[in-house]
Design a protein around this ligand. Sequence first.
Ligand SMILES: CC(C)(COP(=O)(O)OP(=O)(O)OC[C@H]1O[C@@H](n2cnc3c(N)ncnc32)[C@H](O)[C@@H]1OP(=O)(O)O)[C@@H](O)C(=O)NCCC(=O)NCCS
Length: 289
Amino acid sequence: MSPTYEVRVDGHLDAHWSARLAGLVIRHHPDGTTTLTGPIADQSQLHGVLNGLRDLAAPLLSVDSPGTRSVESRGTLSVESRGAAATAPPDPLGRVAWPRATDRLTIRRAVRADADATFAFRRREEVGRWLTELPSDPARYRRTFADPQRLATTLVIEHGDRVVGDLMLRVEDAWTQAEAAPHGRGLQAELAWVLDPAHSGRGYATEAVRELLRVSFEDLRLHRVVATCFADNEPSWRLMDRVGLRRELHARADALHRTGRWLDTYGYALTAPEWAPAIRTPLRRNEFR
Ligand SMILES: CC(C)(COP(=O)(O)OP(=O)(O)OC[C@H]1O[C@@H](n2cnc3c(N)ncnc32)[C@H](O)[C@@H]1OP(=O)(O)O)[C@@H](O)C(=O)NCCC(=O)NCCS
């Protein structure tokens, strides 16, 4: 039988999200939190629920199940097991040496103190237009930004001492058949990017995302990375074309924009064998393959 979990988030989450979150029972509490309770079959399903909550911008407070207790350490929420089976979601970005320097930029892990700098550009309509949320309340944004699940997957881009953008690198399990599940853990990542419009048009996003691919394939040894954007978001898909990601999906009217319009989505991906020869090692003179 699957163990019962209780996941607690800040704020009141609408009950209709239950269907998207493994059918967990959603209860609101007077302290302004919501619990989601129910059986979760395995770690992969748990990660699905946690990623779903992140997509809904619901700040995660705790994850508990019989035999486990959640702990917060170094800004990253992990689940410590008291039983035999370890259920701790790993911190994949912890395996990478940060910061990363590119020609003009520094990329490092985000910390809570980056909330205000990222809010300054994410609150702008021309930026938020393409993102899950257009934040307007700094206090709420700070809480969401400090969600350990979010911090664990967020990087910031610095030019000099200014934060000019942020990136997401969210490692996930690859889809596998049940028997192959242990071999697909943590081998895929979803990537995303945001650049302060004050710094666009100079190739900073291109430079940062190229480094993100290097981290994904060289440091984390991932099998595949994916990224999506609204088909109307031309700067984003042009960026993906520029860095060598491959468009492999065009979903028609699958995303409801806050303007009330159903928009198309482009899905891009790149696998390690595609990346390595094409991008990682440009051929030097007199070098042949
Ligand atoms: C998507 C986004 C990051 C792209 O930003 P961008 O400024 O177009 O991308 P870059 O920083 O790589 O700059 C590329 C531009 O600079 C130019 N450029 C100048 N110097 C360059 C260099 N050294 N290298 C590459 N491009 C350079 C390019 O020609 C290009 O201009 P063009 O679009 O007129 O051809 C930005 O539009 C954004 O943050 N949008 C809002 C958030 C968003 O949509 N996120 C994605 C959600 S899916």
